[in-house]
Design a protein. Structure first.
Length: 235
């Protein structure tokens, strides 16, 4: 009987935590980006294993791009700017819970785990990831208006050449890096221009990273999970 009561208590606690997370998400006005942006492709890398850690990250319970409604609306404008040229956007990451950031920090402190070194940080000593700014205790993604993305051919859904992969910890990932070829530099410029015109600001160290200039929660870092049940506000 005690075991049954304990299981019931745990179930009630889990339901309460889930309800609190849904409530937090709804009050903040987050939306599923694909419900706002036509023809948007979502490939949430931290939901799978194709990322610098090599496994699913804490807090990613679905391959869903959650954003504040303001960021989603601006992203729709960016997509509209590309579509006349047969191009579109592919999302790698959007809202990121604080627990996911904590997972990154824990991984970075484990110097024995070098599984993805050759793919993601071949020229960087893992012990320097904090010092060099590749891993931090907090992320703008947790505020809900920062996203990582690239440009694709809408017909084939092939990614345009950006001169290096997503989440490559290297100076080669800087948008201004001159070591990549001219086609890649041109493609990076296309992404910078369309996102800038839509109201996003870039990051100097990552060609894929953009934050809404007038983000609605500049000082709030959320922690509800990227959940599979779609319980977010819809426009």
């Amino acid at each position: 009987m005690r075991a049954l009561l304990a299981l019931m208590a745990l179930g009630s606690l889990a339901a309460c935590v889930h309800a609190q997370a849904v409530g937090e998400m709804d009050r903040a006005g987050f939306v599923d980006a694909v419900s706002v942006v036509p023809d948007l492709i979502v490939d949430m890398r931290y939901y799978g294993s194709e990322n610098f850690v090599g496994r699913r990250i804490a807090g990613y319970e679905a391959s869903v791009c959650l954003l504040t409604s303001q960021a989603a609306a601006a992203l729709k404008d960016a997509q509209a700017g590309l579509q006349p040229f047969g191009l579109g956007l592919k999302l790698f990451d959007c809202y990121r819970p604080r627990r996911a950031v904590a997972d990154f920090v824990s991984w970075a402190k484990d110097l024995s785990d070098q599984k993805r070194k050759q793919e993601q940080y071949p020229r960087i000593d893992k012990a320097r990831l904090f010092e060099l700014g590749y891993i931090a205790e907090r992320s703008g993604h947790s505020r809900g208006s920062t996203l990582d993305l690239t440009v694709i051919d809408l017909r084939t859904q092939a990614e345009l050449d950006m001169g290096g992969p997503y989440d490559l910890f290297d100076t080669q990932s800087w948008p201004t890096d001159q070591s990549v070829g001219p086609a890649a530099r041109a493609n990076r410029l296309i992404l910078q221009q369309v996102m800038g015109s839509a109201g996003f600001k870039p990051l100097a160290e990552e060609w894929w990273h953009f934050t809404l200039r007038d983000e609605p929660f500049p000082d709030t870092y959320f922690d509800f999970p990227v959940a599979p049940d779609g319980r977010v506000n819809r426009p």
